[in-house]
Design a binder for this molecule. Structure first.
Ligand code: ZN
Length: 190
């Protein structure tokens, strides 16, 4: 038995990677940022290094996460966006004062203020959510076809026919389930 916290599921879209820190929402949910320290870790692997994080800041982060999840899910099914979710996302976006800066290698880097690095990082995530929900980016919000997941993801495939939030997890699991269903009736197994 290991006391290691659950691993992160990292995608290419910041806002939906963040909502993915709570996975299997319709099955047995897995909380991937169970402690402030894990939020610090998650932010670091997503280019948003903060020195530390308090319990209250973790709660704010989770509140933002659930707001993004609610708004992105509504957007994916063309429903009206929940007002409470919009408010939380907007507040985080307005509060954050991160600056995008260009590195000598020509890459974008987020510069967070020393006074409110966690709030700034959440602001970057909220702003990313606004860009995908608000239609400012090339792609389509959709819901994962896995019945235990149903995560909102941002489909940037050319055909816009992606079915899974992640091929490595939900996609493969579904393939395996289908395989098992086909072979279940075979005699002499199990
Ligand atoms: Zn999924």
């Amino acid at each position: 038995m290991s006391a290691e916290p659950p691993e992160f599921r990292l995608g290419t879209v910041l806002a939906t990677s963040f909502t993915g820190t709570l996975s299997e929402r319709h099955g047995e949910p897995v909380e991937r940022i169970p402690t402030p320290g894990r939020l610090v870790d998650w932010l670091a692997v997503n280019g948003l290094e903060v020195p530390s994080c308090s319990t209250a800041q973790l709660e704010s982060a989770r509140e933002l996460r659930e707001a993004i999840h609610a708004a992105a899910t509504a957007a994916a099914v063309d429903a009206s966006l929940p007002e409470a979710a919009i408010r939380v996302i907007n507040e985080c976006s307005i509060r954050g004062c991160a600056s995008a800066v260009l590195t000598p290698a020509g890459q974008r880097h987020w510069s967070l203020s020393p006074h409110s690095p966690v709030e700034d990082a959440l602001g970057v995530i909220a702003s990313d959510a606004i860009s995908i929900i608000g239609g400012g980016r090339d792609g389509r919000l959709a819901l994962c076809a896995s019945t235990t997941c149903r995560a909102a993801f941002f489909d940037t495939s050319r055909s816009r026919t992606r079915r899974w939030c992640e091929m490595n997890t939900c996609g493969n699991r579904e393939k395996k389930a289908r395989f098992n269903a086909t072979h279940r009736s075979r005699p002499g197994t199990g």
